[in-house]
Ligand binder design. Structure first.
Ligand SMILES: Cc1cc2nc3c(=O)[nH]c(=O)nc-3n(C[C@H](O)[C@H](O)[C@H](O)COP(=O)(O)OP(=O)(O)OC[C@H]3O[C@@H](n4cnc5c(N)ncnc54)[C@H](O)[C@@H]3O)c2cc1C
Length: 173
């Protein structure tokens, strides 16, 4: 599988939106290009999806609790989605159990945990991106050093423009 991550409004995204363009773009790179040539990259299916950070706020309501991707999504760089899904699945179940046993503050505590996760995630994301200095002239990286990542993107509002997209293409068989 070949994946390419960029911002949907950058010119590179338009090139990579189509399978042929993505393969050609990847072939131009030093590292990935030589790997694709070596393994005789044979793309079959292609697709794209939004992969930006988002947070549902609040994550609790009357009779419901959001966990996993339904509560927050994470930048692919973080690899945090699975851990978050497992952790919040358990935490949401415990909160629901406590609430049904008479502890009416349990959902609020769950929300506080989620606020803490979001705060720590944003902080670490900025630190992670700012530690990469190899491409100072590239818009994708310039944005990530100029406050782009500290924006809070309300869940479901983000369309394609400005979102981070993940393009994928089958590979190598
Ligand atoms: C290509 C890709 C690569 C990823 N790589 C990583 C990685 O390397 N590390 C990492 O940590 N995370 C990764 N993630 C993110 C991770 O997969 C998700 O964050 C995680 O799976 C979320 O778990 P979830 O249980 O919240 O949601 P999901 O895994 O999406 O599960 C939701 C389930 O609910 C079902 N469902 C939906 N609607 C209904 C309905 N109405 N009724 C009944 N069932 C319904 C769906 O079919 C699905 O089975 C990746 C995601 C993608 C797409």
């Amino acid at each position: 599988m070949l994946a390419f991550l960029t911002d949907a409004d950058l010119p590179t995204a338009r090139v990579a939106h189509h399978g042929i363009g993505l393969a050609a773009h990847a072939a131009e790179t030093d590292e990935i290009g030589s790997i694709l040539a070596e393994c005789t990259f044979a793309p079959d299916q292609a697709g794209f999806t939004a992969a930006h950070s988002s947070a549902l706020n609040p994550c609790i309501g009357e009779g419901w609790i959001a966990a996993g991707d339904a509560s927050m999504t994470f930048d692919p760089l973080s690899s945090q989605g699975l851990l978050h899904a497992l952790f919040t699945g358990l935490a949401a179940a415990e909160a629901a159990d406590a609430f049904l046993s008479g502890d009416t503050t349990a959902p609020t505590r769950y929300q506080q945990i989620m606020d803490g996760i979001q705060h720590a995630y944003r902080k670490h994301l900025v630190l992670s991106y700012s530690s990469e200095t190899r491409w100072p002239a590239a818009p994708f990286w310039q944005r990530r050093r100029s406050g782009f990542l500290t924006r809070t993107e309300p869940r479901y509002r983000c369309g394609l423009v400005g979102a981070q997209l993940c393009f994928m293409r089958g590979c190598c068989g």
